[in-house]
Design a protein around this ligand. Structure first.
Ligand code: ZN
Length: 110
């Protein structure tokens, strides 16, 4: 049994106030990915465990971030349709099991 609170859907806007994300359970219950490559902490949304609605434009090409060991991590970035600010990313071009939300880019609206 899950608590009522964990079943709540939370909605988030971009800093420009455009609605961009709804996720259940609310992100307060979700694990975090430590800031490493980007310097930003991100929220881990497992697609098989969470309901996620994204209203944004996803880059067709990857942004490659270099790890300390020289290998690269590929980010497929979701951007706000109004102001183009990045607010989330996947680590695979298709069928990514996780989507990562950039916490600092989002404002909770409900
Ligand atoms: Zn925006």
């Amino acid at each position: 049994m899950s608590s009522p609170e964990s079943d709540t859907t939370a909605a988030y806007s971009c800093r420009c106030a455009q609605f961009v994300v709804a996720v259940a359970p609310s992100v307060g219950h979700l694990p975090r990915r430590q800031a490493d490559l980007s310097g930003l902490e991100s929220i881990i949304v497992a697609k098989d465990k969470c309901e996620l609605v994204i209203k944004g434009d996803r880059d067709a090409y990857s942004t490659n971030l270099k790890r300390e060991d020289g290998t690269e991590e590929q980010w497929f970035i979701y951007r706000c349709p109004r102001c183009n600010l990045p607010f989330a990313y996947d680590l695979a071009k298709s069928d990514a099991p996780y989507t990562y939300l950039l916490e600092s880019a989002l404002n909770k609206i409900s």
